[in-house]
Design a protein around this ligand. Structure first.
Ligand SMILES: [Zn+2]
Length: 84
């Protein structure tokens, strides 16, 4: 059994022995690399989701604008036909 790699609150090396199959004692297991990563909130995923929602709004606006533009073109073309 090896010495714990964790650090105490005062910043000195922990003098307890590490647990079996671990580099840290039970008090410092949370200092192991990746030990608490699953508890972190997925901030990057949320940002990507919000960006894709904004993109969808932009696409909807473009579709509406294109439909309105096409409708204006049709109205103008029909008006010209009736005048001729
Ligand atoms: Zn320790």
């Amino acid at each position: 059994m090896s010495q714990c790699l964790g650090k105490t609150k005062s910043g000195s090396r922990c003098k307890r022995s590490a647990g079996e199959g671990s580099l840290y004692c039970s008090a410092h297991e949370d200092q192991a690399p990746g030990a608490s990563r699953e508890a972190d909130p997925p901030e990057i995923d949320v940002e990507i989701l919000e960006e894709s929602i904004e993109d969808r709004d932009t696409i909807d606006t473009l579709i509406v604008a294109a439909a309105l533009g096409a409708a204006v073109v049709v109205v103008l073309a029909v008006g010209k036909l009736f005048r001729l």
